[in-house]
Design a protein around this ligand. Sequence first.
Ligand code: GAR
Length: 205
Amino acid sequence: MKCIKPLQLGVLASGRGSNFQSILNEIQKGNLPASVRVLITDNPDAYAIERAKKNDIEFLIFKPKDFKSKDEYYRKIADELKSREVELVILAGFMRIVGKPLIDAFPFKIMNIHPALLPSFPGLHAQKQAVDYGVKISGCTVHFVDEGMDTGPIIIQAAVPVYHDDTEETLSQRILEQEHKIYPEAIKLFSEGRLEVKGRIVNIK
Ligand code: GAR
């Protein structure tokens, strides 16, 4: 029997952590050959911490204000991830722009999920931006992280309709259902070595 070593993940989350949970669910169902080595959060009140506790996953709380600089903060995070032999870093509702020391430590090995069809509506409140703009289709994007805000090479996207009576909340919920599908899918493709990055194009082999 072929024994595949599970991909070692490090998850960064700032809040509720439903994407973190969807990844844990797929791992538990045997659909994703991965293991979450550590959760790192910038928010001591993040519900993601409860999810880590329930699943016996180590968690670390690092607040940027406790560090001398942004670089020092991200160097610390990179060191903690490296020391646990993390192979892929998952931003799951991590509401900060990642600093260079972390990006340099994990080139094309950091993924983010964003609740819009990038390059439309980057940044905060993407779903509200979509409703306010009046688009008829929105969705979500999994992409590799670079130094910009939601600008890295796109891995997978999923589209959802936007209805005339949608609010930020109703659209967010419709998009979230898709997020929970495509994030584990993107991680699976990575674990299978099927993502090839050429410039800003990601080929799925
Ligand atoms: C998700 O909708 C995610 O796409 C978004 O925050 C939410 C986190 O939910 N991320 C961003 O907006 C990043 N720019 P979760 O904590 O339940 O996974």
